[in-house]
Design a protein around this ligand. Sequence first.
Ligand SMILES: NC(=O)c1ccc[n+]([C@@H]2O[C@H](COP(=O)([O-])OP(=O)(O)OC[C@H]3O[C@@H](n4cnc5c(N)ncnc54)[C@H](OP(=O)(O)O)[C@@H]3O)[C@@H](O)[C@H]2O)c1
Length: 375
Amino acid sequence: MRSYATRHVAVHAAELETPAIRDIERAAVELPINGNTPDVRQSVLNKARTDPASSVSTTTAPSIPARPGTNSATSSSNSKLQFGKTLGTIPYMPNVLVTGCSSGIGFATALELARAGHHVFATMRHPERAPQLAHTAASEKLSIKILPLDVDSDESVNACFQSIAEPIDVLVNNAGIEVHGSVEELPLSSMIAVMNTNCFGAVRCIKAVLPQMRERQSGCIVNVSSIAGRIANSPLGAYSASKFALEAFCEALAGEVKPFNIRVALIEPGVQDTRMARDISTGPKSIYPQVERFSAFIRAVLADPVSPDASATAIRHVIESGTWQLRHLPGPNAAPFVGWRASMTDEEWVDWNALGDDDWYEAVQRDFGLDARRS
Ligand SMILES: NC(=O)c1ccc[n+]([C@@H]2O[C@H](COP(=O)([O-])OP(=O)(O)OC[C@H]3O[C@@H](n4cnc5c(N)ncnc54)[C@H](OP(=O)(O)O)[C@@H]3O)[C@@H](O)[C@H]2O)c1
């Protein structure tokens, strides 16, 4: 076994424009292979925790190239329009539709945007079961309109978007579910369900809003993906597949609609303290050890919880800044996790996940300073 050997993997640095994040990635990709050094990975995590500049990465908007056959004056004036900023003397606050607002990141995003003055259509499957957002909106006199929307259903998506008379300037695809379990044990119906909600649910909403954004030559589509859209491990195979698929759709879409001055962004949270993360922290019984020990790992990460506000802040930043950056890693643990994975070859990654329990818990202790056995 090689010790103290380092690898230099040139990854992600180009897309991670904020120097702090680029530094984190560089540090993380120069890690020792067998980890016999002092805990470099932990120091990478600690650096991210204490460096707020590393929590959101962004670039400023380039000027929009005029699309052949379109009015270049319209395109370029739209390109200068930054939501939330003053346009002349009039502050331009867009109408934003957010999916999955009953809890977690969607709930936090609806409040973050409305408190900043945006007009929010906060959608959820069962508004009657989640009255808290309506109560907060009423007590703070926020511009939040709550509408029913189930992203799994064509009928529900059509009915919701058709019921809104105002233009929708920004769509935030946040609604999501998680399923976890080994490929052998997880029912195919669960795999299809997670793909339907996390990928096709977002695509349904995108298709519903694109015609109006294209006609207006203006819009912004923010999609809450995950670091699981870049990293796949057991027992999150089906969940990761849904997020990888969402990322592929969005990456292709971004180039398709940029000529129409429509921005597309992917928000990739790490582990944030929501109902979903808490659910993953309790594993079903499995014949595969990865299921239980990954739950233990999530429990250990959640012992130092990151608020979903970190994603809400990043989403607001994407909307207001006019950035054309595709991928964003909100919160203190997203960039380090992505950098840590990037420090391994694919085969080393497979081997890490295939370790026996004792070696795996030891590796987690070494790489993250987390005692997952006790969590
Ligand atoms: N928390 C994390 O660590 C983390 C990390 C990476 C990515 N994410 C992503 O963040 C997003 C939000 O998750 P969260 O962590 O905030 O978890 P959460 O608190 O469980 O929120 C999920 C939201 O999605 C809604 N939803 C589920 N299926 C829906 C459907 N068919 N139609 C409409 N809404 C639906 C839920 O509504 P109901 O109340 O009706 O179930 C809920 O409002 C998800 O896309 C998730 O994959 C989370």
